[in-house]
Design a protein around this ligand. Structure first.
Ligand code: ADP
Ligand code: MG
Length: 582
């Protein structure tokens, strides 16, 4: 899976790295050879000759150091780039997701996956690769050097390696499952932290600090407990390694003593002695190589969990896919039809809307009214394909919405959601938003803001049209956000407007002026309005009354007052007796 994120250059760099590591290990393994030569000299010659062997030895050490630094840099470069690619791919994929996929993962988890999890994999990759290339090369080359030596020493080394594998295996066996759990616990801690921060005002207002704290502490304690038990197990690692190394050293010298005492002449004894010194440093290298490999296996579990979570995001295909049509047929624009449309949210037990049929003609204004939860928002969300219908069809300009490319479909629609969404930037960048933003001028932005009745407040804010909008629009009131959000749709000059309860945060007067302006400026543009207030929709060409996801009335205000009980009840709660004459 990791290989998926490699570019050609990375593969090339990797090969270069492997070559470098070979050279580095070779240099490193030359050092004991010089050591043994020096030992030989020590026993007879003058000190001047020590330098003859010592200088090349230092050269080897220095060369190995320089190459090590290089290798580290290259691997860090490859690893960081891999992290970048992972984040980018996740971001692009998540952008294609429909609401269904986003709900499946949850926003918090998606954020953790593209930050924390990527870091986790990146770190393991960088550490792991350094060791993973070096350790096997080191082990093989060191073993090759050793194997020509005395058989007794080799046996002791093999024995020590085996003991080490068993010890570390036991530690791993204990820590492995816990490492996995830590990743999920991290998710919990993140989720609770973010939930508390996002809702901090409510937390304060309801004095719920201790409640949130308790929740946090439980998750935090879980995480800490697992960390501690893992660390405790890991604490054995170092002493175990030191013990094994000492055991090995002792073993080699003990065996050496026997070998030397059996040797005949003084020369032979000396040769055996220097052999022993060389052998023990190679043996230590073998042990160190194995140990490094094993340490990688300890970082690996967490990284593997993280990599899997990243992969899930990238492999999940959006359920809502592009059609092929980019242009609707001539003379068909401005029309929307629903044909026996039913839709149920994934996992819900009931249809959110069922068997909905109606037509909207070019230039018409159609209003949708009904109590909360009656399915109004759901109905309009089917037009831009935020969800796909379960049965029936939604037809825009004579063509099923599923047949359009999403881009072409969305270009037709000026959608204003129930909850205004603001992006970090300026007022102007929030209004002139989305594709073809270059085609729209400053004048278009001003005009859109004027129609949306926002000119007054925009011009009185600091910076005016370039005034700052914070992330999520936290520096604007609900009504101001709604008007910017409406201006955004107007600025696009779409073929259809969809207003999902977009006037609810406006006062009655602004609501009325805005709609009359809009009507004047956008005459001939098909408009769908979802609203709670009768005042907002009374003059619509057609009113659709929804109740529990079904159409219970359709017609003009006066007709509905007479024929539709649900509509009459809504009207009765809002209008005076005179206005209610049936
Ligand atoms: P309205 O806009 O008329 O207030 P909605 O269309 O938002 O109503 O909701 C209709 C029904 O669908 C409600 O019963 C609501 O609980 C349910 N619903 C809305 N959004 C979702 C969702 N994302 N997942 C599951 N059920 C949902
Ligand atoms: Mg709604």
């Amino acid at each position: 899976m990791i290989l998926d994120y490699f570019r050609k250059i990375d593969a090339l760099l990797l090969i270069v790295t492997i070559v470098f590591v070979f050279i580095q290990v070779w240099l490193e393994l030359e050092i004991p050879g010089y050591m043994s030569a020096i030992t030989n000299i020590m026993t007879g010659a003058e000190e001047g000759e020590v330098l003859d062997e010592g200088i090349p030895m230092l050269g080897c050490a220095f060369g190995s150091l320089v190459i090590s630094v290089f290798v580290g840099l290259i691997i860090a470069y490859i690893g960081t780039n891999m992290g970048k690619t992972m984040r980018a791919r996740q971001f692009n994929q998540v952008e294609r997701y429909s609401a269904t996929e986003i709900n499946k993962f949850s926003i918090y988890s998606l954020i953790t996956r593209s930050t924390n999890d990527v870091n986790q994999v990146q770190m393991a990759f960088i550490l792991g690769l350094m060791v993973m290339i070096r350790a096997p090369i080191m082990a093989v080359m060191a073993i090759m050097k050793i194997s020509t030596k005395n058989i007794g020493w080799v046996e002791i080394t093999i024995f020590c390696v085996l003991v080490m594998i068993v010890c570390i295996g036991m530690i791993l066996w204990f820590t492995f499952p816990r490492f996995k759990r830590i990743q999920w616990m991290n998710d919990d801690v993140n989720r609770i932290t973010k939930e508390s921060l996002a809702g901090i005002r409510v937390v304060h207002a309801y004095n719920a600090e201790s409640y949130q704290e308790a929740k946090f502490q439980a998750a935090n304690a879980d995480l800490t407990g697992t960390h501690i038990s893992v660390t405790r197990a890991m604490a054995f690692l170092q002493p175990v390694m030191t013990t094994i190394m000492s055991m090995l050293g002792l073993g080699i010298y003990w065996m050496g003593a026997i070998i030397i005492s059996e040797a005949g002449s003084m020369e032979e004894r000396l040769a055996d002695f220097s052999d022993m010194i060389v052998f023990s440093s190679y043996a230590m290298q073998v042990i160190a190589a194995f140990m490094m490999l094993i340490i990688v296996f300890m970082i690996l579990p967490r990284a593997m969990v993280a990599a899997k979570r990243i992969d899930e995001v990238i492999k999940t295909e959006p359920t809502i896919l592009d059609g092929e049509i980019t242009e609707s047929p001539k003379g068909q624009n401005g029309k929307i039809s629903f044909r026996n449309v039913s839709f149920r949210y994934p996992g819900a037990s009931q249809d959110a809307i069922s068997d909905i049929s109606f037509d909207v003609d070019k230039g018409e204004t159609v209003a949708i009214i009904g109590s909360t939860g009656s399915g109004k928002s759901t109905l309009v969300k089917l037009i831009p394909r935020f969800y796909d219908v379960d049965s029936g069809s939604v037809i825009v300009d004579g063509i099923d919405v599923k047949d359009y490319t999403l881009e072409a479909l969305h270009r037709k629609i000026g959608y204003v959601p129930q909850k205004a969404i603001m992006f970090n930037g300026t007022i102007s960048s929030n209004v002139n938003y989305g594709d073809s933003e270059k085609d729209r001028t400053e004048e278009d932005v001003k005009k859109a803001i004027e129609i949306a009745q926002a000119t007054q407040f925009v011009e009185s804010t600091e910076g005016q049209y370039q005034g700052k909008v914070a992330e999520g629009g936290t520096n604007l009131s609900g009504g101001q956000k709604q008007r910017i959000s409406i201006a955004r749709a107007i600025c696009r000059r779409p073929e259809f407007y969809i207003f999902d309860d977009s006037f609810s945060a406006l006062d009655y007067k602004t609501d009325r002026v805005l709609r009359s302006q809009l009507k004047k400026e956008t005459a001939g543009v098909t408009t769908l309005i979802v609203a709670q207030r009768l005042g907002t929709i009374k003059d619509a060409d057609k009113i659709i009354v929804l109740d529990e996801g079904r159409i219970v009335g359709m017609g003009k205000h006066q007709e509905l007052l007479k024929d539709c009980e649900v509509y009459y009840q809504i009207a009765r709660s809002q209008l005076s007796e005179e206005e209610l004459v049936r």
